[in-house]
Design a protein around this ligand. Structure first.
Ligand SMILES: [Zn+2]
Length: 320
C-alpha cells in the first residue's frame, strides 16, 4: 500500500509499505481519506522529542473508509461497511483499528468526507461546556473546531461572540450564527470592553478557548464573569503556559480542560457528531475548505500551518 512517511520536520514522501493484517479484535479499513489536524503540526514543525522517520501514515488520525478485513473474534462491522476511525496512521491506504472503536457511517453521509475525530471532539467539548439557552458565550479562536462550537452553542440557544485574528474566520463565525464578532489582535483589555459592550455590561457566562496559544489563553482568561466557565479546547502543545491564577481565583472560575483521552468518550462523541450532522445541527462540509491527494500531503500540512485566507480545514483523499 501507499503510505506517507514524515522523514524529517517539513519533509514527507510517499512510500510503498506492506499492507497490515488485522490482529485479534481488529478490523482493517481501506481508507478513503483523512482530515489534516492542527495537532499534526507539532510533528510537521518538529520538536526534540519526536524521532524521524515517523511510522508510516502518522500522524494522520482523522480517517474514514471501508472495512475490508476482520481479525479473529470480530463479527462486526461487516466488510464493506463504511466507517469513521480514530486509527493513528491514517495518511495511508489502509489502517487497523479495534472493532469497538470504529463507528459505522449512515448512507446519508455516503460520498462525503467524514473526519469524525474533530467532529466528535467538538461534541465532547461542547457537552463539557454546559452551555444553556440565553447564555452569553465567547468562542476565542475560529478554526474548524471553533466554528463547530459556535454553531453548537447557537443551536443550543446561546448568544455567541466569535473572536478571531483573521477576518475570514470572523466571517465564518458570523455564518455559524455568532451574534457579533471581535478581533483578537486588540489585546485582552480591549476584548473585555467588547464583551461588556455586547453583554449589557457583564462578562460572559462561558468562554471557550480554541486557539492553543498563550495570547489566546490570556485573552480568554479575562472574559468569563464571576463563577463563569473557562473551557480550554485549544491544543496547548510545545511547553508550559502561564495563567493569571489570581484572576481565575478572584472570579472563582470553573476551568475545564475539555479534551477527552478515553477512547470510549471519543467514540461517543463521534456517534453524537453523526447524529448532529444527520439532524442538521452541524454542517461540516462548508468548513472543509481544501482537499488534497495524499501525495500532496506536504502542501496540506503547509497550508494548515500558514492558514491563508479562505482556509479552515483540509482533508487528504487517498486513491488506490
Ligand atoms: Zn485531529
Amino acid at each position: 500500500m501507499s503510505a506517507a512517511v514524515l522523514t524529517a520536520p517539513g519533509r514527507v514522501r510517499l512510500d510503498r509499505v506492506r499492507r497490515p493484517d488485522p490482529g485479534p479484535g481488529q478490523v482493517r479499513i481501506r481508507l478513503e481519506g483523512s482530515g489534516v489536524c492542527g495537532s499534526d503540526l507539532a510533528q510537521w514543525r518538529g520538536a526534540p522529542w519526536f524521532s524521524y522517520p515517523l511510522p508510516p501514515g502518522q500522524p494522520g488520525h482523522e480517517g474514514w473508509g471501508e472495512v475490508d478485513a476482520l481479525g479473529s473474534g470480530v463479527e462486526a462491522p461487516a466488510p464493506g461497511t463504511r466507517v469513521a476511525t480514530l486509527a493513528i496512521g491514517a495518511y495511508a491506504n489502509y489502517a487497523l483499528d479495534h472493532a469497538s472503536a470504529v463507528v459505522p457511517l449512515p448512507d446519508s453521509l455516503a460520498d462525503r468526507p467524514f473526519p469524525a475525530e474533530p467532529l466528535g471532539c467538538a461534541m465532547n467539548v461542547f457537552r463539557r461546556s454546559h452551555v444553556a439557552p440565553d447564555d452569553a458565550v465567547v468562542v476565542v479562536g475560529i478554526g474548524f473546531l471553533g466554528a463547530l462550537l459556535t454553531r453548537l452553542a447557537v443551536v443550543a440557544g446561546a448568544r455567541v461572540m466569535a473572536v478571531s485574528r483573521r477576518r475570514f474566520a470572523r466571517d465564518v463565525g458570523k455564518q455559524a450564527g455568532a451574534e457579533v464578532v471581535a478581533e483578537l489582535d486588540h489585546g485582552p483589555a480591549a476584548l473585555e470592553e467588547w464583551v461588556r459592550d455586547w453583554n449589557s455590561g457583564r462578562l460572559a457566562d462561558s468562554v471557550i478557548e480554541v486557539t492553543g496559544t498563550q495570547s489566546g489563553l490570556d485573552a480568554a482568561s479575562r472574559l468569563p464573569r464571576v463563577r463563569g466557565r473557562l473551557v480550554i479546547a485549544g491544543y496547548h502543545q510545545g511547553g508550559p503556559r502561564t495563567v493569571d491564577l489570581q484572576g481565575w481565583n478572584w472570579r472563582g472560575l470553573d476551568v475545564i480542560n475539555a479534551h477527552e483521552r478515553d477512547q470510549a468518550e471519543y467514540v461517543r462523541g463521534m456517534r453524537e457528531a453523526i447524529t448532529a450532522v444527520e439532524t442538521g445541527r452541524l454542517d461540516p462540509w462548508p468548513l472543509i475548505t481544501h482537499t488534497f491527494p495524499l501525495d500532496l500531503l506536504d502542501q496540506a500540512l503547509d497550508m494548515a500551518r500558514s492558514r491563508p485566507d479562505g482556509f479552515l480545514k483540509a482533508v487528504v483523499i487517498h486513491d488506490g
